[in-house]
Design a protein around this ligand. Structure first.
Ligand SMILES: C[S@@+](CC[C@H](N)C(=O)[O-])C[C@H]1O[C@@H](n2cnc3c(N)ncnc32)[C@H](O)[C@@H]1O
Length: 451
């Protein structure tokens, strides 16, 4: 479905990129309209079900609030799924193949449901696991250890990061003192307490830095951080965790021992031992965030990466994003294909040729690899869904080089290809394309069911 460029603008003062944006046939466009031919083929309509789906609301929720995370979804969304299917499953076993910071699994445990997850970023796996498996730590003991930290030794900032640029001099000194105090706790201290303190330390790093995540990590020009901020914020965070532990032990005592396992594993390769009633997940969005670079500060400080090569290794194993290594795309050999993907690829190629330049010339293959990666995840997950079980995904669509990519509908099609029934597609909210701000994208909830 190739479109003509409608308003050929030749302003000399514009850069080539600006000209392409102004000339785009997708100005004022709408993904719902561009989706019509695909929906017709799938035989479904999009239902409108506006709801707060983003992580932001989790900042007020016990446990979920322990670590800041920008790409997660809301605990209330996960709860709404549990409530919706309460009659269908008695204590469902839940899987999230892209666990992230563990929203699905924490909410599962708060309901007393067993849950399993895979996550490739070791920092996020650590965060999720600590949020899930430290519920029996005594809040008093945590505070006692924290309040008696001794600051005799420092831990230097990670060598491979530009910490002198990331933090002001005095903030950096205080961070090194705090990390030194945690790292030099006696070996007799419960490992779960050390994990909670490290989690708390990781949670304040961006706040006390000269950086911001909005959602990508970058410098924040006018940010001023008080030199004592690391002490003040760590104190607040540890007291918040202690308060939540008290709540858990009072209100969720019966669920403390409920199984919640997170594997540091690739969702495209991992062979699950269990079978699942509900798979609830949000995969990386195509063209979206780099989940490794975005968390490199915390990964470095907590020792999950020692150099850029460590970071690159994790990134290249992930479901592809548009910041992926060129070599990986060059060597890509697809296992999954269909005519939608072929048309999209060919339209993107033509538009890149017409533009003359694009940030990634290999974009058609990046797009193809995204769906190939998702297919591999489905191949691992679908056989492990119980009869009448559901696979629920939250996904955003994309606009790439003026070509609409119905990511949600393509993922629904993959599910159908593997024998699942497409139960419904719901639009949770509108988004804006990063490239053409007037183009309306959406965030969708896909529900697939195994008969
Ligand atoms: C959108 S986030 C999920 C967020 C999660 N719903 C939450 O609320 O925390 C996608 C996650 O998938 C992880 N990921 C990407 N590729 C992966 C793969 N092949 N296997 C396992 N995890 C992967 C990323 O590190 C990221 O944490």
């Amino acid at each position: 479905m190739q479109q003509e460029y409608l308003f050929p603008i030749e302003h000399k003062e514009c850069s080539a990129r600006q000209r392409n944006i102004l000339n785009s046939p997708k100005q004022l466009g709408d993904s719902d309209i561009d989706s019509e031919p695909y929906l017709k083929e799938l035989g479904v309509d999009i239902l409108y079900k506006k709801q707060p789906i983003q992580f932001t609301s989790n900042v007020n929720e016990a446990i979920h609030r322990w670590a800041p995370y920008v790409q997660g979804f809301s605990a209330s969304f996960v709860q709404s799924i549990f409530d919706q299917y309460a009659q269908d499953y008695n204590r469902p076993t839940v899987l999230d193949p892209f666990t992230g910071c563990g929203t699905v699994q924490v909410q599962s445990k708060l309901n007393g449901f067993r849950s399993f997850g895979t996550e490739l970023n070791p920092l996020l796996k650590f965060i999720a696991e600590t949020k899930l498996n430290c519920w029996d730590v005594s809040p008093d003991e945590l505070l006692k250890i924290f309040n008696n930290l001794s600051f005799n030794e420092v831990t230097s900032s990670p060598k491979f990061l530009k910490s002198e640029k990331h933090f002001s001099k005095d903030v950096l000194k205080n961070l090194e003192k705090l990390k030194g105090a945690i790292d030099n706790l006696s070996s007799r201290v419960d490992k779960k307490i050390i994990d909670l303190l490290n989690l708390a330390f990781s949670a304040i790093l961006i706040e006390v830095s000269n950086l911001k995540r909005s959602p990508c990590l970058g410098y924040s020009k006018n940010k001023r951080v008080d030199s004592h901020a690391p002490f003040v914020l760590l104190n607040q965070k540890v007291y918040q965790i202690a308060e939540d532990l008290e709540t858990i032990q009072n209100e969720y005592n019966d669920f403390i021992q409920v199984t919640s396992k997170v594997k540091l594993a690739n969702a495209m390769e991992y062979n699950h031992q269990d079978k699942f009633d509900l798979v609830i997940t949000s995969p990386p969005y195509m063209n979206g965030l780099d989940y490794v670079i975005n968390y490199k500060i915390e990964m470095g400080w907590l020792g999950f990466a020692e150099n850029q090569i460590d970071l690159k290794k994790v990134k290249d194993a992930m479901v592809v994003c548009d910041n992926v290594s060129k070599g990986l795309i060059k060597n890509f050999r697809p296992t999954y294909n269909n005519e939608w993907i072929e048309n999209i690829k060919s339209n993107i190629s033509q538009n890149i040729m017409r533009r003359g330049k694009y940030r990634r010339q290999d974009m058609p293959n990046i797009v193809h690899k995204y769906f190939d990666d998702m297919f591999k995840v489905f191949e691992k997950v679908v056989p492990k869904i119980k009869r009448n079980g559901r696979f629920i995904l939250v996904v955003g669509d994309s606009l790439i080089a003026d070509v609409y990519v119905p990511t949600d509908l393509l993922i629904a099609r993959i599910g159908k290809d593997l024998g699942l029934r497409l139960e419904k597609i719901e639009k949770a909210r509108n988004r804006r394309s990063g490239q053409i701000r007037s183009y309306k994208l959406r965030e969708t909830i896909i529900t697939l069911k195994k008969s």
